[in-house]
Design a protein around this ligand. Structure first.
Ligand SMILES: NC(=O)C1=CN([C@@H]2O[C@H](COP(=O)(O)OP(=O)(O)OC[C@H]3O[C@@H](n4cnc5c(N)ncnc54)[C@H](O)[C@@H]3O)[C@@H](O)[C@H]2O)[C@@H](O)CC1
Ligand SMILES: [K+]
Length: 495
């Protein structure tokens, strides 16, 4: 089976580089391999004889640029190189690499990018430490304005390697070649949009080293969770596949619960029941067939229902209303220690009251699925959770704080567990931004947990399957379609 795809932060990558060097591969050799990978990648974008302009920065990213420039010159390209700063400021491996470039070292300020068939952006990589200003900023603006294809070395200069944020301005790359593994900025927005297709070059940093220095952050692909997916055997019975309970809103707000319920059923929950306020029973009954329906009046009603241990997974939040009653229902659910997915109103009802949720979810598999607005409202007054520039850091901290798996939704949904594991999703589609889409996601996650899938794997799988279903439909997608598309996605996954 293919291993999950590891993603390493800048500091983890530096440690992996260092360990590799200590194990006997000199830093300059790693840089030569990196530079060769850049040259090989450039050859996919330009033909011998073409004019290539390399913009090199003052650190090791610039060093990679020097190596690539020399190789491409040998391979018959017309190569010019401009340096940000002066050659005497180059140090270590980058200074060594620069010795192999026999051409002129121009000032990056003096380069004209318009005549290039290809620009190689080797200004900054994982060592970017502050916003771009002055000459660096101008160089990036001029590269972008040239309209010429740009190959970014490691990552587009100006993008923060860990958060994917634009530090003032950033190179809009046509393609990016990175080394050993992808970094968070290749998956997180807005960085992902600046990279173009990302190629990962093997420069001889071993899988064991990457695992030892990273090992907790992943790209969210099936390789991460497919082992945990339920595969019903011939003898398996619907009662063994769990019973998901979805709480409905009042008479005019019942659709969200039914969307979640339908998704839970489609993902394989053996049974699904909508718990409906008495006044909404009629409208729910008119729209439900395979899904069961029970009257449930507020927190007391939920408490009574949960005396039945067969309800092993619960969705609370979609259209439940923002008030103390919803908070009380969450308290009942937490006390009952069932698998739990909280979304929408269940989260917003705790606006400014996050301390009530501190550690609340550590006793049972629980998943919170806020979007940015809900996350910020919920954790208002907790700068340590809301302020970090890196989305991964924010989600990890929220997971550690609450004891729940947290899914922070968006074009680059991040999922984190209280134990520090995190995954970045990248198969999302803008078509998923449609009313009721989030309700469906809740149902998928709860339906997986009903079947015994652990919370982190259920959340990761739910997010991926949800996105894959949306992408398979494309334009015109409405939330009602999503659950119906799940069987096709599952069929491919379980094949
Ligand atoms: N052994 C290794 O560590 C390897 C590193 N590699 C390359 O090395 C890169 C990392 O090298 P470095 O750590 O030297 O970092 P960078 O080359 O990304 O940048 C660091 C340099 O830029 C300056 N700087 C940072 N932010 C600036 C700003 N906003 N404006 C102006 N100057 C700024 C710093 O003072 C420093 O001189 C990777 O991205 C990769 O391309 C590869 O050669 C493979 C091996
Ligand atoms: K770069």
């Amino acid at each position: 089976m293919t291993a999950p795809e590891l993603v390493l932060t800048s500091s983890e990558m530096r440690q992996a580089d260092r360990a590799t060097i200590e194990n006997g591969i000199p830093g300059i050799e790693l840089m030569r391999r990196a530079g060769r990978a850049v040259a090989d990648s450039a050859e996919k974008l330009a033909a011998p004889g073409d004019r290539i302009i390399v913009a090199a920065g003052p650190g090791q990213n610039g060093g990679d640029g020097f190596i690539a420039a020399a190789l491409l010159f040998d391979r018959g390209y017309q190569v010019s190189l401009g340096l940000l700063g002066t050659p005497d400021r180059l140090a270590g491996d980058a200074a060594e690499a620069a010795k192999g470039w026999y051409g002129k070292v121009e000032r990056v300020e003096d380069l004209s990018f318009h005549g290039a068939d290809l620009i190689i952006d080797a200004l900054f990589g994982t060592g970017l430490a502050r916003d771009l200003e002055g000459a660096a900023r101008l160089a990036v603006e001029r590269m972008n304005a040239s309209g010429r294809p740009i190959l970014a070395v490691d990552l587009p200069s100006g993008i923060d390697g860990d958060s994917g944020a634009v530090r003032g301005v950033a190179v809009k790359a046509t393609r990016t070649v990175t080394f050993a593994v992808r970094k968070p900025c290749h998956l997180l927005m807005p960085g992902r949009a600046y990279c173009g297709p990302v190629e990962v070059a093997d420069i001889g940093i071993g899988g064991d080293t990457l695992e030892a220095k990273g090992g907790t952050l992943f790209a969210n692909h099936a390789t991460l969770w497919t082992h945990a997916l339920p595969r019903p055997g011939l003898s398996s019975h619907k009662y063994e596949r769990g019973h998901t309970l979805v709480a409905s809103g009042g008479a005019t707000r019942t659709g969200a619960a039914r969307l979640a319920a339908r998704a839970a059923l489609r993902i394989g929950s053996g049974l699904v029941t909508v718990a409906s306020p008495p006044e909404a029973l009629g409208v729910n009954a008119a729209h439900l067939t395979a899904i069961m329906l029970r009257g449930c009046d507020g927190p007391e009603g939920l408490n009574t229902m949960l005396q039945d241990q067969r309800f092993n997974s619960l969705v609370l939040g979609p259209a439940l209303g923002i008030h103390a009653g919803t908070r009380a229902m969450v308290a009942v659910a937490v006390h009952a220690r069932r698998s739990l997915v909280l979304d929408a109103d269940a989260l917003t009802s705790f606006e400014g009251l996050a301390t009530e949720l501190h550690g609340a979810f550590r006793h049972a598999p629980s998943v919170l699925t806020p979007h940015d607005g809900e996350f910020n409202r919920l954790f208002k007054g907790h700068p340590d959770l809301v302020d970090p520039a890196s989305k991964i850091e924010r989600v990890r901290r929220a997971a550690a704080y609450t004891g729940a798996v947290v899914v922070l939704k968006g074009a680059d949904t991040v999922i984190a567990a209280p134990d520090g594991r995190a995954a970045i999703n990248e198969n999302g589609t803008p078509y998923l931004a449609t009313a009721g889409s989030g309700d469906t996601l809740c149902g998928l996650i709860a339906g997986l947990m009903a079947q015994g899938v652990p919370a982190f794997e259920a959340a990761c799988a739910g997010v991926w399957i949800h996105a894959e279903a949306g992408a398979s439909f494309g334009p015109g997608l409405i939330a009602e379609d999503l659950a119906e598309l799940v069987p096709g996605v599952l069929r491919d996954l379980l094949r």
